[in-house]
Ligand binder design. Structure first.
Ligand SMILES: Nc1ncnc2c1ncn2[C@@H]1O[C@H](COP(=O)(O)OP(=O)(O)OP(=O)(O)O)[C@@H](O)[C@H]1O
Length: 210
């Protein structure tokens, strides 16, 4: 379902990363751990098609993501990959509901499950609220809802628990796991938060620079 092989990536000749091969099936979960600066966000961006590796391949359900570009890549990503960014990428002046509709609109999807999703994430009562009026935890759940709005086959989450207390950190991991299971998506979380280790058994440690 997801196969990542022989990836070579460098920002510059003295900033090269060792990217491990990854193989995942639908419903699998993977935690990528590593200290600050080891390249966790970098690998996540490569997997999400936001950064192009110099060589190697990333195959998601028979599509070689590394060969796509421009509008084709944007559309494929919008439909198949849900990214929960470290800092929420949601449009603050829009309402919660409008943010989700926009995600649907970009890939030509009929919005049929948005209210359900907001309910499952515990923010249905905030659907008419502008995102810039929400608490940090609520905004983060909107960011998760937005990433899941098109029922992606691959969910990538960058430090989703970074600014959360223990209770909320656990709740967010559980939400991501439940949503991934529901849609048979592969779930990859990158973090330096050791608390997440107890909830996902499959780990990969980023070795940092090569
Ligand atoms: N666009 C870029 N150009 C050049 N260097 C970059 C770029 N983006 C990141 N880097 C460098 O690459 C290294 C890895 O960055 P990255 O954000 O992937 O690390 P990380 O493991 O996610 O760190 P953190 O846990 O602190 O978020 C860092 O040294 C960073 O300064």
């Amino acid at each position: 379902m997801l196969s990542v092989r022989n990836i070579q990536f460098q920002y510059s000749p003295d900033l090269k990363f060792q990217i491990p091969d990854i193989s995942m099936s639908a419903g699998d979960e993977l935690l990528i751990l590593g200290k600050s600066g080891s390249g966790k966000t970098t690998i996540l961006n490569i997997l999400g098609g936001l950064l192009k590796p110099q060589s190697g391949e990333i195959i998601l359900n028979d599509t070689k993501i590394n060969l796509l570009k421009g509008a084709e890549l944007d559309k494929f990503r919008g439909k198949n990959i849900g990214i929960v960014f470290q800092k929420p990428h949601i449009l603050a002046p829009l309402t919660v509901e409008e943010n989700l509709k926009l995600a649907n609109y970009f890939v030509g999807r009929k919005e049929d499950q948005n209210l359900n999703l907001l309910k499952e994430l515990g923010i249905l009562d905030k659907r008419k609220s502008k995102v810039n009026t929400l608490s940090e935890g609520e905004a983060q759940r909107v960011s998760i809802a937005r990433a899941l709005a098109n029922h992606p086959k691959l969910i990538l989450a960058d430090e989703p628990t970074a600014s959360l207390d223990d209770e909320n950190a656990q709740a967010v991991i559980k939400l991501l796991q439940e949503q991934a299971k529901k849609y048979s998506a592969a779930l990859i979380i990158v973090t330096h938060d050791q608390r997440v280790k107890d909830h996902i058994s499959n780990h990969l440690i980023m070795g940092g620079l090569s």
